[in-house]
Write a protein that binds this ligand. Structure first.
Ligand code: SF4
Length: 687
């Protein structure tokens, strides 16, 4: 008969740690009690009882000495009670359980309804309930999860020793039951590894022996895992439970053990099995070999736990220079605490979070986020100093190097200016020389800060010690874009079209208008129907205007524009506004021997012939009017064909005189019809 020990079996690192703390306490000379059995294993409990470590059910049971908190952890109320009663505490809570407690507290503080996948009576779950103010619902299986009602915000965690796959199924089922769901996979890697190893081994053997206490949750899960593969599975607590008849017709036996099963019990089981038949222990891996050697050395149960501590393979701590993944378990303004799966937590100081200027780590990450970090060093207190910035930077540099080699464009944001150019965030900070910002001279580089563009990498050297390792350019891209726009422009532009443009540059003789890919000239003479003293009198840079395509020279690539063409001419305005016989205001603008020219609209003058200047004979027009003199004129004629307007001052005066006479006569008539009574009545004193 062949015996095969699973790759992972027996004490997990959390239990080893608790065991070591209790072992040390037993040798301290003080009295200590564990709150509940240290682990779910009678032999271990008996082992410590023999060394003076009592087991109590509650703090009031402790008459003397301190309390050891086992790896399952306790509620915060118990810690407070111990403090109030001045009971010294040795906290052997497994770091992984501590993390779940923190998550439970966080979810509770943030107002989530909480579901814990676990066994209601398990000490770890009882402790967790205390960390979320006893408000969580414990579900033992998928069926119980199904009956959970719909809620608004739901947080889901698991007892560490529960089956991960079952946890996923439960979480998936609960997802539609709330608007917001936060799921933390808090199943323990050590448990998972034991389960995987047991499953793997179950498929190779005729019978599986699972060693562990009946109260051990993780042992129970191991048994279920083995049974699910279809292999016959025996759950034994010690060598005493082995019966020879179980092994008749069995050629291969797989052996595994729960996380609370000490090595000496595993060894006793192996010895008992060897009594049935001399079996060959098959080595599966180095860990297994070491474990077997240890067992076969026939050491006492209290074997070298310092060595076991060093072998905390389940929770192997990362080394300096390693890049590892971790889960954010705490965030303050100045640092982020990350669980990187080691014995100690890792800390990322704010300066190592990002190469950008950030005021608080809370702006970058939140609890539960998974991060990739670089192990910088171990502090004296065992804290691991980590950097996220360096990993981000390395990843970004790797990608940029590939982009550079493949000639790919990269996206970036301009974040600042320095002497000679701009700084660009492309995952790391790169340099954009001023001469490569556009395809021509750029007056104000600061205008580009905050804008996003695509860039060519024209230089990449990650080993460069001085200057920028990455140099970018937009020049070629801008040139290419302009050429394309130019081609599109010439393909669709025609004389006589009206297009929109933006005033780009004003010069003395006109303005250059950007027509979207090409510039045209709007000469000052084409700006308005009236004389324009300077282009800046009516336009300014940046104005958007409609322009008429006056002429195109495709060979010389010149575009002449007109604005005037799109405006009404003064003559059109006059025709619309006035008619013959109207008396209007004007201004004498020029005097000729034959009369005076009067401006009636900007750009439109009419003629008051000398004969129309006054109702008497006029020798010279200047005897009657002078330049700039405002006058009232009557429109005698409008010749739309010749664009001539005949005006008269004489008729205005005559009409005014006539009006005056008429008014006088009307007044006189009124006086006759209503004579003054005093004038015709006799004086009183005549009678
Ligand atoms: S099973 Fe995992 S969580 Fe539980 S004590 Fe061991 S290492 Fe810690």
């Amino acid at each position: 008969m062949q015996f095969i020990l699973a790759k992972r079996a027996g004490f997990c690192s959390g239990v080893k740690k608790a065991f070591q703390i209790t072992e040390d306490a037993s040798q301290s000379g003080s009295r200590w009690s564990t709150l509940g059995p240290l682990v779910h294993n009678h032999d271990v409990v008996r082992y410590f009882q023999a060394r003076g470590i009592a087991t109590v059910e509650s703090l009031p049971d402790i008459a003397e000495g301190g309390v050891i908190i086992r790896s399952h952890g306790v509620t915060p109320a118990i810690l407070v009670e111990a403090k109030e009663k001045d009971i010294p505490v040795l906290d052997a809570t497994c770091p992984l359980v501590k993390r779940v407690q923190e998550l439970a507290e966080l979810l509770s503080n943030e107002g989530y309804d909480i579901i814990i996948f676990g066994d209601r009576k398990h000490p770890e779950v009882r402790g967790l309930l205390g960390w979320c103010a006893e408000k969580a619902t414990v579900v033992a299986n998928l069926e119980e999860a199904c009956s959970y009602p719909n809620v608004k915000r739901l947080g889901i965690i698991s007892q560490t020793t529960k089956d991960e796959q079952e946890f996923f199924r439960i979480a998936a089922h609960l997802l539609p039951k709330a608007q917001e769901v936060r799921v933390f996979n808090t199943t323990c890697a050590a448990t998972r590894q034991r389960q995987e190893a047991a499953r793997e081994l179950s498929r190779e053997v005729d019978l599986m022996l699972v060693i562990g206490d009946r109260n051990s949750s993780n042992t129970k899960t191991l048994v279920q895992e083995c049974q699910q593969t279809g292999v016959r599975t025996l759950w034994i607590q010690s060598a005493a439970d082995i019966e020879a008849q179980e092994f008749s017709e069995v050629s291969k036996v797989g052996i595994t053990a729960g996380a609370s099963t000490p090595d000496w019990i595993i060894k006793e089981v192996l010895n008992k099995m060897a009594e049935f038949e001399v079996g060959a222990l098959q080595e599966q891996n180095q860990v297994n070999q070491e474990q077997e050697n240890q067992l076969l050395e026939n050491n006492a149960p209290e074997e070298n736990f310092a060595r076991m501590e060093a072998e905390m393979a389940d929770l192997a701590s990362p080394n300096r220079g390693d890049i590892v993944k971790g889960i954010v378990i705490q965030v303050t303004d100045d640092e982020v605490m990350v669980d990187v799966g080691g014995k100690s937590e890792g800390i990322i100081p704010l300066r190592e979070m990002s190469f950008k200027d950030v005021h608080s780590a809370k702006d970058l990450v939140e609890i539960g986020d998974e991060l990739e970090v670089l192990v910088l060093k171990w502090d004296d207190d065992g804290t691991i100093l980590l950097s996220k910035k360096k990993v981000d930077s390395k990843r970004a540099m790797d990608k940029l190097e590939e982009d550079f080699k493949e000639g790919r464009l990269v996206d970036g944001t301009i974040v600042g200016s320095v002497k000679g150019g701009l700084l660009v965030d492309v995952g790391v900070v790169a340099f954009l020389p001023a001469s490569h910002v556009e395809d021509g001279y750029v007056k104000d580089l600061d205008e580009y800060i905050g804008k996003n563009f695509k860039f060519n990498i024209i230089e990449f050297n990650r080993h460069k010690k001085r200057g920028s390792q990455i140099v970018l350019s937009r020049k070629q891209l801008v040139e290419g874009e302009r050429t394309k726009q130019k081609e599109e422009f010439w393909a669709k532009i025609e004389e006589g079209q009206t297009v929109k443009g933006r005033v780009k540059r004003i010069v003395d003789y006109g303005a250059f208008i950007d027509l979207g890919g090409f510039e045209g000239l709007l000469h000052v003479s084409e700006m308005d129907h009236v004389r324009v003293s300077h282009p800046s009198a009516i336009l300014k840079e940046g104005d958007e205007i409609d322009v008429y395509i006056l002429a195109l020279d495709r060979d010389k690539q010149r575009v002449s524009l007109s604005r005037k063409k799109l405006l009404k001419s003064p003559w059109e305005i006059v025709v619309e506004k006035y008619k013959e016989g109207d008396i209007i205001d004007g201004k004498v603008v020029r005097i000729a021997p034959f009369g005076a020219f009067v401006e009636i609209e900007p750009g439109v003058d009419g003629l008051v012939h000398i004969s129309q200047l006054a109702n008497r004979r006029v020798e010279k027009p200047q005897d009657v009017v002078s330049v700039n003199q405002p006058v009232k004129v009557k429109i005698l004629s409008i010749d739309t064909q010749e664009k001539r307007i005949g005006l008269s001052i004489k008729e205005v005066v005559a009409e005014a005189e006539q009006d005056e006479v008429q008014e006088f006569l009307e007044k006189q008539d009124q006086e006759v019809l209503e004579p003054d009574s005093k004038a015709i009545l006799p004086q009183t004193e005549d009678f």
